[in-house]
Ligand binder design. Structure first.
Ligand SMILES: Nc1ncnc2c1ncn2[C@@H]1O[C@H](COP(=O)(O)OP(=O)(O)OP(=O)(O)O)[C@@H](O)[C@H]1O
Length: 396
């Protein structure tokens, strides 16, 4: 069973990495760093982990605020599990330093009693009930032994956490009869036993069906509402977008973004999709838009990417720009004699934003740079003035 903390410390006092000569911090900056790391639930600087020659985590500066429901996202192999293992004292960083609940990660014994964790799929005894499994874990960890009301206190706590994760009615059933979602929830119940102020979960929705995912989502929202900090890793960005207020986004072990989800999405320009009435006009329209310096993509496969109703297989011209630009684009098309079947603005979601940030946009998109080399030679100069400065300026 690797799920649920407290996870025993496995490394000794490595001590924080010293600042290098030449980067001597001032008294003010030292004070600010001290206050930031004690105020944050998780704070790291330059956190790095090498596996042989492979760098799994590359100089991460994490700052997860206390009380946040924070999503830790990145594709498979991005370095999420490795980071979580370092935060839990299961492996040592190769370089860098970190603090969890204000305590250095070189001394996990100082904070693990306040951290609940599920870092791999939960493993329980299949023949025992959920309740018995939790009771055994609680006994092993000495819960209820010190000031917790002895075995009666321990049993009360087990009942409380079963209730908290929605397993009260099934607590006495054998673990082997649980659905995957129930098993995950029991794993979270185990992590909750010590009344943690920080809950760290590694991919808790892995392998779950939509209903199971929804249950975990609701549960995490409820836990965060109690004031607990929840740091949950996932490669399902849609999930994270729906539940998390704070986000840490990594790829190849490196930080891409951290902060509030709304800030990230608000900073992204929407996509404006233009579908010409006559498919033949799409290249011409894209070329005109390209000529005025706006980022444009031409998708020759479909009409609107997620439009309701039947697909008409019309080419779509997509422009990244503020919503106000849509009116300009409409005028531009009209001025060039191109009638539009539809014009729609779509706010990017987290997944699209991630793909854009990582440059991993998929599909048969003809990107801006290649428009000038399209074979049909139908790219005219822009017939209608459109100031590229408007691309960030809103409606005219
Ligand atoms: N013990 C190890 N030995 C060698 N390489 C490792 C080890 N653990 C992880 N790695 C490598 O480090 C990188 C990061 O792996 P990690 O498991 O942290 O990523 P992840 O974001 O959690 O991905 P996943 O969701 O697939 O688990 C990967 O390239 C992985 O192969």
């Amino acid at each position: 069973m690797t799920s649920a903390s407290p996870v025993g410390p496995t490394h000794s006092r490595a001590g924080p990495t010293r600042p290098t000569a030449g980067h001597r911090p001032t008294l003010g900056s030292r004070r600010a760093a001290t206050s930031a790391r004690s105020e944050a639930a998780i704070w790291t600087r330059g956190l790095t982990r090498d596996h042989g020659t492979r760098r799994a985590v590359d100089r991460l500066d994490l700052q997860v605020p206390r009380g946040a429901l924070s999503g830790f996202v990145g594709p498979n192999g991005a370095g999420k599990s490795t980071t979580l293992r370092m935060l839990l004292g299961l492996i040592r960083p190769s370089a860098g330093r970190g603090y969890v609940l204000g305590q250095p990660i070189s001394r996990p014994d100082r904070y693990l009693h306040r951290v609940g964790a599920m870092i791999e799929g939960p493993t329980f005894h299949p023949g025992l009930s959920g309740r018995r499994n939790l009771d055994q874990l609680a006994t092993l960890r000495g819960l209820g032994a010190h000031g917790g009301g002895g075995s009666a206190g321990r049993r009360r706590r087990v009942t409380q956490v079963l209730d908290q994760v929605g397993l009260a009615a099934r607590g006495d059933d054998r673990f082997s009869t649980y659905s995957l979602g129930m098993k995950q929830r029991l794993g979270i119940a185990a992590a909750l036993l010590p009344r943690p102020s920080l809950l760290i979960l590694d991919e808790p929705t892995n392998g779950l069906d939509p209903a199971g995912i929804r249950e975990i989502r609701t549960l995490l929202g409820q836990l965060a509402a109690t004031g607990m900090t929840v740091f949950v890793s996932s490669h399902l960005l849609t999930e994270v977008e729906q539940i998390c207020d704070h986000l840490v986004m990594i790829n190849n072990g490196r930080m891409l973004f951290q902060g509030h989800v709304t800030d990230l999405l608000a900073a992204e320009d929407p996509r404006i999709h233009l579908v010409p009435e006559h498919g033949d006009d799409a290249r011409r329209l894209a070329g005109m838009i390209n000529n005025v310096g706006l980022p444009v993509e031409l998708d020759l496969r479909l009409d609107m990417p997620d439009a309701a109703g039947p697909s008409t297989h019309q080419p779509v011209v997509t422009v990244h720009g503020p919503e106000g630009l849509a009116a300009d684009l409409n005028r531009m098309a009209m001025g060039a004699g191109i009638a539009l079947r539809s014009l729609r603005t779509q706010r990017p979601n987290l997944e699209e934003t991630f793909l854009r940030v990582t440059g991993e946009i998929d599909g048969d998109l003809v990107r801006t740079g290649s428009l000038g080399h399209l074979p049909d030679g139908s790219v005219p100069s822009a017939g209608v003035g459109l100031d590229p400065a408007h691309s960030r300026g809103g409606a005219t």
